[in-house]
Design a binder for this molecule. Structure first.
Ligand code: C2E
Ligand code: CA
Ligand code: CA
Ligand code: CA
Length: 274
C-alpha cells in the first residue's frame, strides 16, 4: 500500500469522524463499490525464520476507486464498520479468500494456511460463525486451513465476539490476535481466549535492531508467546537485519516487505502444499 497510492493517500488519512460529510460520502461510495465490484484481495506471505519458507498468506482487501484512486483499508474499513457495510463486504472477503485458497489447493500450490482479517462488528454479528462454516463447506476448504485474524480491541470486554471466537475454535479454525501489544489488556486476554497466534505489531518490530523500549517489548512478547505455547508472528519486517535479530530473540514466524509485499493472486505463492 505504501507506494501504490501516489499522492492521493494523504487526502484520506485525516481522521474521519462519524457524521462528517466525508464520512457520509465515503460510506455511500462503499455501497456503490460493492455493487460495482471495485474491491479485490491481495495476499502477503508469512514465512518461517530463518529459512524464509512461506507457511501461510494473509489476505488484505484493496479498493481502487474509479475517480479517486487507491483508498487504503485503514481508511474505509472503519467507515464500513460504522455504517454496517462491513458485514456484506466481510462476507465477500471471506468467500473470495476461501475460493482462492481452494484454487491454490487444486493447483497444488496452496500454502499451509491462509489468514483473513475479521473486524469487530463482523465477529459480533449474529450468524457469523454459521456463515464461516457455510463458506468453508461451499468452497471445500478444511477449517484447519483458515486463520481468522481479530484485534485485541474486537474481543475486549467479552460478549458476542468472544463467543464467536470460541465457536470458531470448535469448528477447527485458528485464531490469531492481530496488532498484539497495541490494544488494551493483551495479557489478560491470553488467559481465557483460545488464541494460537500472536501477531506482534510492526511498531515493536521497526526498532528491534536498536537497543531501546521497542526491542525490550518485542523480546517480552515472544517470551510470552513461546512460554504459553503460542506462535508469535513478527509483523512489518522490512530488513534482513530485523529478521536476523527477531530470530535471535526467539521469533520463528515473520511477515513484511523484506519477505514479500502483498500481491495479486495471479502471482501464486512460491511454495508447495505442506
Ligand atoms: P493488518 O491486519 O495489521 O495488516 C498488516 C498491514 O501491514 C497491511 O496494510 C500490510 O500491507 C502492511 N504491511 C505488511 N508488511 C509491511 C512492512 O514490511 N512494512 C509496512 N510498513 N507495512 C507492512 P494494509 O493492507 O494497508 O491494511 C491495513 C489494515 O487494514 C490491516 O492491518 C487491517 O487492520 C485492515 N484490513 C486490511 N484488509 C482487511 C480485510 O480484508 N478485512 C478487514 N476487516 N480489515 C482489513
Ligand atoms: Ca491482520
Ligand atoms: Ca497487524
Ligand atoms: Ca493494523
Amino acid at each position: 500500500a505504501a507506494k501504490a497510492d501516489g499522492g492521493r493517500h494523504r487526502r484520506y488519512t485525516a481522521d474521519l469522524d462519524a457524521g462528517t460529510d466525508e464520512e457520509a460520502r465515503l460510506g455511500a461510495e462503499l455501497r456503490t463499490a460493492l455493487d460495482q465490484r471495485e474491491f479485490h484481495l491481495v495476499y502477503q506471505p508469512i514465512v518461517e525464520l530463518p529459512t524464509g519458507r512461506c507457511v501461510a498468506v494473509e489476505s488484505l482487501v484493496r479498493w481502487w476507486h474509479p475517480d479517486r484512486g487507491y483508498i487504503p483499508p485503514d481508511v474505509f474499513i472503519p467507515v464500513a464498520e460504522r455504517n454496517g457495510l462491513i458485514v456484506e463486504l466481510g462476507e465477500w472477503i471471506l468467500r473470495t479468500a476461501c475460493r482462492q485458497y481452494a484454487d491454490w489447493w487444486r493447483q497444488g500450490v496452496a500454502p499451509y494456511r491462509f489468514g483473513v482479517n475479521v473486524s469487530a462488528r463482523q465477529l459480533a454479528e449474529p450468524g457469523f460463525v454459521s456463515l464461516v462454516a457455510a463458506i468453508l463447506a461451499e468452497t471445500g476448504v478444511h477449517p484447519a486451513r483458515l486463520i481468522v485474524e481479530v484485534t485485541e480491541t474486537a474481543v475486549f470486554g467479552g460478549g458476542a465476539a468472544v463467543r464467536a471466537v470460541h465457536e470458531l475454535t470448535e469448528l477447527g479454525v485458528e485464531i490469531a490476535l492481530d496488532d498484539f501489544g497495541t490494544g488494551h489488556s493483551s495479557l489478560g486476554l491470553l488467559q481465557t481466549l483460545p488464541v494460537r497466534i500472536l501477531k506482534v505489531d510492526k511498531s515493536f518490530v521497526e526498532n528491534v535492531t536498536m537497543a531501546g523500549r521497542h526491542a525490550v517489548i518485542a523480546t517480552s512478547l515472544v517470551h510470552v508467546a513461546n512460554g504459553l505455547g503460542l506462535v508469535a508472528v513478527a509483523e512489518g519486517v522490512e530488513t534482513a537485519e530485523q529478521a536476523a535479530e527477531l530470530y535471535r530473540l526467539g521469533y520463528r514466524r515473520a511477515q513484511g516487505y523484506h519477505f514479500g509485499r502483498p500481491a495479486m493472486a495471479q502471482i501464486t505463492p512460491e511454495t508447495a502444499t505442506a
